[in-house]
Design a binder for this molecule. Sequence first.
Ligand code: M6R
Length: 619
Amino acid sequence: MVCGIIGITANEDSLAKPLGGLIKEALKRLEYRGYDSVGFAVITRGGVLEVRKSKGMIDAVAQRLGFDSFTGSTGIGHTRWATHGGPDDRNAHPHTDCGGRVAVVHNGIIENHRELKELLVAQGHEIRSETDTEVVPHLIELFKARGYSPYDAFKKTVEALRGAYAIVAIDVDEPNRLFFARNTSPLVIGIGAQGRFIASDVVAFINYARKVIVLRDGEAGYVTLNDLLVEEMTRDGDTITWRPVDVSSRLRTVEWSPEMATKEGYSHFMIKEIHEQPYALASTLAAARESVESLARLLAKSERVLLLGAGTSYHAALTSALLLRKYAGLWAEALISSESSWYLKTLRSGDVVIGVSQSGETIDTLKGIKEARVRGALTAAVTNVIESTIAREVDLTAYIRAGPEIGVAATKTFTSQVALLSYLAVRTGELRGVLKQSNTSPVYKALEEIPGVASAIISSVERHASWLADAMCTKSSAYYLGRGLGLPIAMEGALKLKEIAYVHAEAYPAGESKHGPIALVEEGFPVLFVVVGSDDEDLIKSNMEEMRARGARIIVVSPKNAEEISSLADFQFEMPVLHEIASVITYVIPLQILAYYTAVRKGLDPDRPRNLAKTVTVF
Ligand code: M6R
């Protein structure tokens, strides 16, 4: 399950708004993680546990259930993306014990929930939902009934769980404590003037706390207004040991400003983040040398590199593999994370495996990285999130600096990934002696100009917003075709259209399109071509001719001086004439904007595409 969770403990009198309102605000910021149901629980001054939850999206549910009116000093909240149990009121979190004294929110999957449920039912507990999560409050209740203190009962419960979890619990018998446990799913503590917070992502509480501690797998504990206890659980066969952890050295200050997690006047996060690309690229590229240097030095001595990624990050990995081959003369291959274990079987000692992941939490990528480590590979990560799970799992990390990305559809993080990976390829080529200074200088110069170029492309494409909106909204299918570096960009454009505008968009190598896909093409069928650089221009022209002859409506993203290409198209996104590395970073922008306006014209919400969540921590 990919969900957003929040816990708050505060001095009620010093709060800027009632606790229920603060929880609502946090959940709104976590909405990108799931939005099929929502709920909260607070412990009132009178020591009563109040729980409100329902199917539906946060604004509507919060208004209907009156979140804002609930006061108290300790509470939890949850926004859900359903896996176990449908998205209905009963399965919405928080879940409670039979006695209504314990409430729990959870992100992840408890793999042994069936056997735990059987055990609990045999002990007389009434399980009311279909979720895996509900076993947790009942287990706490069970251990308390056996004489354990609330915290010890919580720890005994954690010991019984298998799987992935970030859990926050409250208990009326310890009304000022937030109990927490983490294994695989992210959890971060925030320490602020008004209170202490614990959430799936710092964006949940960034308005109130910027000093944070990222929890690690196997850690559990509790936080109060004045106290924090973190313990680490280790298993050795059947023996479980808890050891206190000194987390003071892990306290850090978040540099992101609260404004970065708001829409700042844009209609949606997606379009805001598209517009943020010049800044994201400038920040990423300004630190690129420092960020990639260790990895480039490692690759300079290596023979083979495998890049793993899912969704958009896979497309970034594909561009990287092509660039490492071309600019660094290195054997490089991109793998879809969830398929990678088939390929990782033949890893050789000295191979480098790089996980590309915006969030640093995608479980398919994490699994591939772990497997690569076990097989003796050196591992690295390219990610946007400091201290994310994948970042901590690998030997080396290179960070993009795109800032928080809230829109479910990745935009600014994709261009930042491609920018950083391009830098890596060139720097590796330099260190391997494949590129001479005369070859690298124009590339570095082109990279310096990228933020300005991105800005100009956004302005010029936005001028066609209304045409863009009309272009695809009546279509049910489209092809996105490219060759070489154009192909991963076409793949990324097709993914954007699919995921937010619900248009079936299929990306193909342009040369392969005549081996089957062309059979679907008839009058008016949209075919988008992405032309990056001039290497394959003549071949692409043939593919365009083939499509045109069958009545396709041809849209092309290509340099504005590619006149013959333009003459074969019904519409050309006129791109600036750039070094191919600059083109591969920026030519996706029109496709992002096309997808965005298509979704908006269809009345869809691009920030909340159905069935999707931003961070996927399930297999
Ligand atoms: O956080 P990650 O980069 O590992 O996420 C990978 C994919 O889940 C992600 O790129 C997904 O495909 C996005 N919805 C794309 O817009």
